[in-house]
Design a protein around this ligand. Sequence first.
Ligand SMILES: Cc1ncc(COP(=O)(O)O)c(C=O)c1O
Length: 396
Amino acid sequence: MAPSWLERAGQVFLSNYYPAQVTLVRGEGCRVYDDAGREYVDLLGGIVVNSLGHCHPAVVEAIREQCATLMHISNLYQHPVQVRLAERLTEHFPGGRVFFCNSGAEANEAALKLVRKYAHERFGAERHVVVSALNSFHGRTMGALTATGQTQYHEGFEPLLPGFRYVPFGDLEAMEEAVTTDTCAVLLEPIQGEGGVVVPPDGYLREVARICRDRKALLVLDEVQTGLGRTGTVFAHQFDGVVPDVMTLSKSLGAGLPLGAMLARGEAAETFQPGNHATTFGGTPVACAASLALLETILADGFLDKVRDLGGFFRKGLDKIAGRRRVASSVRGRGMLLALELSVEAAPVVEAALSRGYLINAVQKQVLRFAPPFILTEEEAADFLGVLDEILAELD
Ligand SMILES: Cc1ncc(COP(=O)(O)O)c(C=O)c1O
């Protein structure tokens, strides 16, 4: 018998992932299909990427058209789709200027370089420390990895970069102490995604912004996971009434194609000069065309109201489960980025959901994360919540 895709994968890939025993071959809307034709409802969305689901017609059409027009030209030249995308993004980040790249880690690397250079020029090399949060996640490249405040990701890769300091997320006293005359920037996620969908206390980001202003440090918000409607507003920081100096985006930005962005505003936007930073593929026409199609859809009148409503519906269902099942302790998150904390390991629940036809994942050992596509219906959400309740009932 011919070896399966899983067997073949086992021969050729490095062992850096924990792949589920499923080979997916097709997607449509909220559903994906495996090589045996089995259907799954995707509530993970390519890890918070596919906010319009799979193969959304507007995205497919934009990609098709762009592929037939201009696929790649490098950033030595302008191309209209990239300009239009930057204009669309900055409508929601006033005064912002954009650098396009290919991933979240790359966007954060660009941000780290920018804040270092900004401080070097104004205050000298002494002011180079970046303060980030414990339990954060900013990516796997060396700078983003160092900024990530979780030792489990650091182990074995030392020495990390010098000039980083970590504070507990949500702790203003610690932030007051950590941001000193050696600090060039504070880097935070508005809601910690991989850390377990941790929402900081009300007013936290506003106070951090004040501390940064007072101490002349830049505020960088990593909206790679939270941005572009995921938490119910275009960017999560809008909920908190703050505007960062620098913001990073990726994940859903490319509507399924690799695309990242770093946006800077005010004086921070004047930092990079020609030759300071670059990438070959960043903002390539096809990814930008896909992104524009995504933005036109999610920024259409009333679309994010529906995301908030659906998030509220999903959350209510999770709250009910948390109230009813002893193994489910609390619900966290905002909009369509939600988590259920369990008192037991989450991995067997993920497995059980998979076997019942649902893709979800665990962030941290006892936390289930849900990042469904925005096009999920209440009926689909209710069906899943029923299945989740049954799975947890067996563990109660
Ligand atoms: C908040 C945040 N920042 C950065 C990253 C890294 O993005 P990428 O995997 O595209 O490098 C992630 C990935 O999960 C993330 O959640």
